[in-house]
Write a new protein. Structure first.
Length: 203
């Protein structure tokens, strides 16, 4: 059994990767999170892009634990805001992780933007670092439009404002299974399956 660290304390992220491995029929990998390993210093997310932040987190985790490490950095890019909030998504309003304030600020910034120019995408970049071995960085995108009011109770972050591919339902109105099948993080994680399958065989 190969242990793979996911550099996160978010139980939803750990479950998502476990589900994707199960769907792909990949056995022999035990997914552990940051709460399952001894604490280590985590560098702040200061890179100007998702790729840099994900790679830094994965390198830190692999170096500190000796385990292959998967890390992700994700956010929303809005065309009318030149790709912002981007890497600043979680702290767009100035307070890290304040979903309601972040959503309110984004809506305020788009008040006068017509529907046809409200395009954007969720982005997830995932990095896999194997100690003394390969480094792999992949990117998943989930295109859609930014709505004019929050809808739905599921999900988190900007999900209530994001309407995938311009559909009728927001990301917060989708079931967890529906979101998994389409989401940016799911799209990125699936690109890691060949490398994770190889780790399972080595383990």
């Amino acid at each position: 059994m190969s242990r793979v660290l996911v550099a996160s304390r978010n139980a939803k992220k750990l479950k998502e990767l476990r589900r994707i491995l199960d769907e792909a029929g990949i056995a022999g990998i035990e997914i552990v999170g940051l709460d399952d390993v001894p604490p280590y210093p985590e560098a702040p997310e200061t890179a100007p892009d998702f790729e840099g932040n994900a790679l830094a987190k994965a390198r830190d985790g692999a170096a500190a634990t000796g385990l292959p490490c998967v890390a992700d950095d994700s956010g929303i890019e809005v065309d009318a805001l030149n790709g912002m909030p981007g890497v600043l998504s979680a702290r767009w309003s100035g307070r890290h992780g304040d979903d309601a304030a972040n959503n309110a600020l984004l809506l305020a910034q788009l008040t006068d933007v017509p529907d046809e120019r409200r395009g954007g995408r969720f982005v997830s970049t995932c990095a896999l670092v194997v100690p003394g071995g390969e480094e792999l960085v992949v990117r998943g995108e989930w295109p859609g439009i930014i709505g004019r009011e929050p809808k739905g109770e599921n999900g988190f972050g900007y999900d209530p404002l994001f309407f995938p591919d311009g559909g009728e339902l927001s990301a917060a109105q989708l079931s967890p299974a529906e979101k998994d099948a389409a989401s940016h993080r799911g799209r990125a994680l699936r690109q890691l399956l060949p490398a994770l399958s190889a780790l399972a065989r080595e383990g």
